[in-house]
Design a protein around this ligand. Structure first.
Ligand SMILES: *Cc1c(COP(=O)(O)O)cnc(C)c1O
Length: 418
């Protein structure tokens, strides 16, 4: 059976690693080294010619390693493994999700350009777009889940610089309320404005669904971005990021990464390879647990509304249901809900949780709870918050791998009134 026929989860323990190159070690060692010895000067010259794009790699040419800012076995093997989940040609791993996102944006936009993005995006991304990119004279226009293609196109036209649109960046489902955005619709908007002189890059921050439950490249995206801190790392013990796409686009992203120097180190690479071995079993269990927790919340008298993809599948609009069916392989493990009352009731609930920890971040093995209005989304424009149901009574849960009866019991006791 060839590698092409094996599922990614079957390949995470061995793919891309040759034990014979490491004394037969079954696991890829941590290559804690800054530089690599060339066998002779000519070899060093040949490696650099390819690394700096002075010539193409020859067929069957074996390229060695140079320097850990350019390449390192722990990073390269990890990148090859990440490609399998998304069906990507190439991948670059970064020291954080933010460095993956900011590097991609800096590579594909220049002063005077226009960015279209979905609202809300991750707080750090929002800050980068609305503060740092503005300083570089890169303008942006945001749209919300539920806006039509015509409305979004009109917004772009209204900027007066629609010919400068160079990037579309989206997050779907939206954090924290799981509102869905149609990637294919964004690809149509891209096609509407795209030209040979001004090619547009469509990027999807897929952190919320991890590499398992949504594959944006299959729906017309050019780049997939991750905070690998979340599901990929999965144990709340490492900060990292990843960007995936075609060889051509990733060549550019990796080029800028080389000069910004924000690649992940060998230790981070090793930790993430270890995490990938259990990615599927972790995420499968998280989704099962989330379904049970959502079902409990749906039936609790103190819970007014539950924002969960499983609920959208049952009660959403026809168009949301259609996007859900086409785009997602699971209902995920992120749930938000409105508690009866306001901030006081929400805080009381959060303070009473025992098993579920009060912390931001998501996708890890332990369940987490937080208050978006005053924590992760504190910086979001009040008008946007209102439009997106981010109110004082909203609580966000990231469901982990614990026994779901224990999770439900913890939520139940925290919801009790006295
Ligand atoms: C956490 C997160 C990021 C930022 O990632 P870091 O690894 O913290 O830099 C970006 N996007 C989303 C959706 C996130 O949840």
């Amino acid at each position: 059976m060839s590698h092409d026929q094996l599922r990614p989860e079957s390949l995470m323990m061995s793919y891309g690693y040759k034990p014979s190159l490491s004394e037969g070690a079954i696991k890829c060692p941590i290559f804690q080294t800054s530089t690599f010895v060339f066998s002779n000067a000519m070899e060093g010259k040949r490696f650099f010619e390819v690394a700096y794009g002075l010539r193409e790699k020859e067929k069957d040419e074996e390229l060695g390693l140079i320097y850990s800012r350019l390449n390192n076995p722990d990073l390269e093997i990890l990148e090859n493994r990440l490609c399998l989940w998304d069906g990507a040609e190439d991948c670059a791993v970064f020291e954080s999700g933010m460095s993956a996102i900011s590097t991609a944006m800096l590579e594909f936009m220049k002063p005077g350009d226009l960015l279209l993005y979905s609202k809300p995006v991750y707080g750090g991304t929002d800050h980068f777009i609305n503060h740092f990119l503005k300083k570089l004279n890169i303008e942006s226009v945001g749209f919300r889940a539920g806006e039509t293609k015509e409305e979004i196109i009109q917004q772009i036209m209204n900027t007066g610089i629609s010919d400068k649109l160079s990037m579309i960046h989206i997050e779907t489902p939206a954090n924290p309320t799981n509102a869905v955005i149609d990637i294919e619709l964004c690809a149509e908007i891209k096609a509407h404005f795209n030209s040979e002189e001004n090619p547009i890059v469509l990027s999807v921050d897929n952190t919320y669904m991890g590499p398992l439950w949504q594959h944006p490249l299959k729906h017309g995206a050019d780049l997939v971005l991750y905070s690998a801190t979340k599901y990929i790392g999965g144990h709340s013990d490492v900060i990292a990021g990843a960007c995936l796409g075609s060889k051509e686009l990733m060549g550019r992203v990796k080029g800028l990464r080389t000069f910004l120097g924000n690649m992940a180190g060998p230790w981070t690479g090793w930790l993430l390879m270890r995490s990938l071995e259990t990615l599927k079993v972790r995420m499968d269990q998280q989704a099962v647990n989330a379904e049970q927790v959502a079902e409990f919340l749906n039936n609790h008298p103190r819970v007014e509304e539950v924002y969960y993809l499983g609920n959208t599948a049952k009660n959403g609009t026809d168009s949301d249901k259609e996007v859900l069916k086409r785009q997602y392989l699971s209902h995920g493990a992120m749930i938000a809900f409105d508690i009866e009352g306001g901030e006081a009731e929400a805080f009381q609930f959060l303070d009473r949780l025992n098993l579920i920890k009060l912390a931001v971040s998501l996708g890890g093995t332990e369940s987490l709870a937080e208050h978006p209005q005053t924590m992760t989304h504190a910086d979001v424009d009040p008008e946007d918050k209102k439009a997106m149901n981010i109110t004082e009574k909203l609580i966000r849960l990231s469901i982990g791998v614990e026994n779901y009866n224990d999770l439900i019991h913890d939520i139940e006791q925290a919801l009790e009134q006295n």
